[in-house]
Design a protein around this ligand. Structure first.
Ligand code: AMP
Length: 422
């Protein structure tokens, strides 16, 4: 086949017919379960003001320093959203959603963009679903957030996952922990990887989730955050763990779990899967009690998670989980001659009005080719229409799987189709 003149950008994929079915199935599951958990959908624009993302995500995190697609047009600076927490927080503030009363339980599904080096499980345009619970600092909200995340994966059948939880404390706890980390790592500075050396000055917490081999022995002996949590943060975390126990959600406390984004506070969690290879995170989330205020809103504690949809599909594939039905159509109208085509064109809306999916040939193909097409379209029934059938008012009605045929009037065909649908 000739090479296409135009192709998608690296790390950005088309989702084609044949693949779309699993997306639709997953999205239906998410929407249905979100409703059951009483979450409401929110959709924000793909582009945001750069400043929102820079403020929200934190000046020094990787996302801002290198992973953002940004451009300028006139005086406006745009970014393609790399995640959806800051956009949802922005919408919460802009539209005074706090005034609706109570905590806001929101969910989203949509594309995110990061200018990363593409590899398996790591794309430049990828899709996330996630939730944000704004307005509660109750550990119950943390537990519900994690419970919803686990619920979706369990529903899909991805159960061999590991939930890791940690608390990264409030700013006070975190400051003393950061100091302890710098004090610990400083004498070993030369042994650290290049990236960790940089982080030592800018964001020492991130050294803990370094994947670099040379950092590992040092990380193993680094001080643990649990010893630096103040009473409030420690109390919050122990309640979150208690609720997870009560909900029978298995987890592992991972003292090295930190989140890449600066606005996270207290609870941090990640869901990993052994089926994903090196990019093993299915989903991650945590508390961000400071973000809403930081972007100009009222003091609003909040928690959420984001889950990668493409990675969920990789896990499904590894586990042999098939999502989505193959395409099919109830009825294919096989026509011979002009009058038959007109009759078919007029009959399609009659079928469709009754909720029966129906199609016909648009290419003037032979009867044999139309039959082949009906097979390809996975039609349940084919109806043959020619001059002779039109004269008689009876048509060949073929059950494609059973290869059985009957001569029936349109009325009889409709009755059959309706009774087989119920
Ligand atoms: P994050 O917003 O970085 O916490 O990511 C949340 C989830 O989104 C991760 O656990 C992944 O499943 C997914 N994800 C993040 N970055 C990418 C990417 N570049 N390509 C595909 N999935 C991603």
């Amino acid at each position: 086949m000739a090479k296409a003149k135009y192709t998608t950008h690296l790390g950005m994929n088309d989702i084609l017919p044949g693949e779309i079915e699993k997306w639709q199935t997953l999205e239906n599951v998410i929407r249905r379960e979100a409703k059951i958990f009483n979450f409401e959908e929110i959709r924000t624009p793909i582009m945001e003001q750069t400043e929102l993302i820079v403020r929200g995500v934190g000046q020094l995190t990787d996302i801002v320093s290198k992973e953002i697609f940004a451009f300028k047009r006139g005086d406006d600076h745009y970014v393609l959203r790399p995640e959806c927490t800051a956009p949802v927080a922005r919408a919460f503030v802009e539209h005074h959603l706090d005034q609706r009363g109570g905590s806001q339980k929101l969910y989203y599904i949509g594309p995110m963009f990061r200018a990363e080096r593409p590899q398996k499980g790591r794309l430049r345009q990828f899709h996330q679903f996630g939730i944000e619970i704004l307005g509660s600092d109750d550990p119950v909200a943390d537990a519900e957030c994690i419970a919803f995340m686990m619920h979706i994966y369990n529903r899909i059948g991805i159960t061999n996952t590991k939930l890791k939880v940690n608390s990264i404390g409030d700013p006070e706890s975190r400051d003393s922990y950061k100091k302890a980390l710098v004090k610990f790592f400083q004498p070993y500075r030369e042994q650290l990887s290049e990236i960790s050396k940089k982080r030592l000055e800018k964001n020492p917490l991130r050294i803990l989730d370094s994947k670099e081999e040379e950092d590992q022995p040092l990380i193993e002996n680094a001080p643990l955050i649990e010893n630096y949590l103040n009473e409030e943060s420690a109390g919050h975390f122990s309640k979150v763990c208690h609720y997870l126990d009560e909900l029978s959600i298995p987890y592992e406390v991972d003292p090295h779990l930190v989140r890449g984004l600066d606005y996270y506070t207290r609870t941090a969690f990640e869901l990993v899967s052994p089926d994903l290879g090196s990019q093993d995170a299915l989903a991650g989330g945590g508390r961000y009690d400071l973000l809403v205020e930081e972007i100009g809103g009222p003091k609003t504690p909040a928690i959420g998670f984001a889950a990668g949809i493409e990675r969920l599909f990789i896990a499904c594939k590894e586990l042999g989980i098939e999502l989505g039905e193959p395409k099919s159509v109830d009825v294919y109208l096989v026509t011979l001659g002009g009058a038959a085509r007109t009759w078919a064109l007029q009959t399609l809306p009659i079928l469709r009005k009754k909720g029966i999916s129906a199609t016909m040939d648009y290419m003037g193909r032979s009867m044999k080719a139309q039959m082949k097409d009906a097979n390809r379209e996975n039609a349940t029934y084919a109806i043959f229409i020619g001059d002779h059938e039109l004269e008689q008012g009876k048509f060949t009605y073929r059950d494609m799987e059973a290869s059985e045929e009957e001569m029936l009037t349109l009325q009889e065909i409709l009755e059959r189709l309706e009774s087989s649908a119920t």
